[in-house]
Design a protein around this ligand. Sequence first.
Ligand SMILES: [Zn+2]
Length: 54
Amino acid sequence: MEDKTITVTCPKCGIKITNTVSWFKKPGSCCPGCQLRLSTERFRRAIEAAEQAA
Ligand SMILES: [Zn+2]
């Protein structure tokens, strides 16, 4: 799979995070603004939406 760069808006603090899809899906990654884990349900939905829009 290609490693696209996407922008995801944090569902908690609202900052925009631009990084690769593989980084967003890496276990242990978290929001640089509020430290919310990217593996949470809310974040995963935002990541999926950004992937489809990319
Ligand atoms: Zn955040």
